[in-house]
Design a protein. Sequence first.
Length: 575
Amino acid sequence: MSCSIFLWWLALFFIHSAQLDSQLSHLPTNEMYMLKVISIILVLTGLVSIVAALRPAYLTYQVERGRGWSALLMLMVAFVLGYLSVLYVAFSTPGSLLGLGVAAILCGGGIFVVVVIQLSFKSICRAIKESERQFYEARHDALTSLPNRMHFMEYINDLLCDENSKKKNFAVLILDLDRFKEINDTLGHSVGDELLAELGGRIKNLSTPNNIVSRLGGDEFALILPVTDEAEAIASAEELADTVEQPFSIDDYVLAVDSSIGIALHPRDGVDKGSLMKHADVAMYLAKAKKQRYMVYDESKDYLSEKRLKLLARVKEALLAEEFELHYQPVFAAADLSVHGFEALIRWRQPDGSFILPDEFIAQIEQTRFIGSLSRWVIKNAVKKLSLLSDSGLDLRMNINLSAVDLHDASLAAYINDCVEEYAISPESLCFEVTETAIMFDLSRAIEVAAAIRNLGANVALDDFGTGFSSLSLLQEFPANVIKIDRSFVATMAVNAEDRSIVKSMVKLGHNLDRCVVAEGVEDINSLDTLRQFECDFIQGYILSKPMHCSQTTPWLENYLLQPKQEIGAANKFA
Ligand code: C2E
Ligand code: CA
Ligand code: CA
């Protein structure tokens, strides 16, 4: 509509101008000259506008590379030539109203073109910036600004596709913070976020142009490091762990965190991104399970390897085929080194006679529905063993480990009661060990299950004490009457004064809260002596005895009971 009005107006203008021109042909020369100058200025303005629009049009064409923009560019060049020809005519003919009209239209057209092209160019630039921002955000983590998992995988892919780096050695490191969930749960997510952001900055500072650092998500970070061999990868992992272990000052808290690092080497542990990431992940989980700072991938320990997956698929069958065995490690009264009882420790016997240790399969079985059956099998067999021992006149205790999943099992206490009745033992002679980490999964449920066990008359121990983030209020709230100081403190207390004071404080704390205190992992005579000085109640560790097969408990007991207990140094020979 507006277009047709404009065309009508144009037609009327030309007709009218032509009529006026014929009437005004007698105009004085200087006025005609004025018309000519104005026409030239107008055409020139239009020409300059079109020329000015060429650059943004060309830049847009370079970005878009579409046919439309190339046609528009050619049209604009043709316009420039057209404007030049009109300019030539305007110069070489006398001024007229018609010429002025044409010049005004050309001027308006030129300005219109430059405005439209500039506006389109600006909105295209804005769209490009926006898509670049979205592209960046899709590949970077908002909290730390580090590349995210997707971007990290692209980096590995690029390395593996590049003919030069394809042949080179590099290491993929996956770092996961230990017990970060507890920081989040106890101090709040904002403290957790600040810790992650600071950690991201620290790890970023370690990066060199050849290193790639990424936050995979949550408290998991990954690095690609160009290394020549395993030793170099280990040295980098140590450096990384040192960096993480420097205390963090966040708000009013000083937080110390540990990490577990898994290392996979290219090409030894994988030649594609999937297997490199999977193997670094497996190594990281093993490092966590074994409470080590780092672990290099080792296929024989890979629980996700085909062999291990097949093994896990056999848990039910293995239970029926009695492939699981309980080994028993004695627990001693610290005061006189008399045998207080045993801790039942599960092992999975393999056809070649070797054993898989619990650290390598419990966590995996915990992810299947068989963990409940396995725990019940352990409880039943440990209770049975205790009843056999008491039948031979020995008044001993039995410690049984529970997993996190058991602490959700409302019928566990009833099952324990059934076993107690079936084997006619006293519930007081049982102690169920739960780790701080396990109870933190669902504290209120864990408290309920533990309270039900205590109501039976059985004992509950807080295992691996000191490794979690449990607060003093948790210690008061959780109905455990025993604490077991984690072996990581005990093992080093002979050489590390700080660990020695920690152990001393833990014993004091336990006693002040009316808990029995057990020190596990005692491996040397000095630690044993010190623990006795600290008045720790019970001792467990290789210095006195390693876990033993169930057939060995009776001969071991007979032998031990015959020995004079005063000679503590001689205790070593029972190990
Ligand atoms: P835990 O409950 O802390 O058990 C003690 C572990 O420390 C045992 O390892 C034991 O062999 C080891 N140990 C004892 N004294 C020493 C020592 O002086 N030095 C050193 N270096 N180690 C010592 P094990 O048998 O490999 O068990 C590992 C973990 O597996 C246990 O840690 C426990 O958390 C879990 N576990 C064992 N049996 C069971 C079970 O029947 N059910 C469940 N859910 N977990 C179990
Ligand atoms: Ca234990
Ligand atoms: Ca323990």
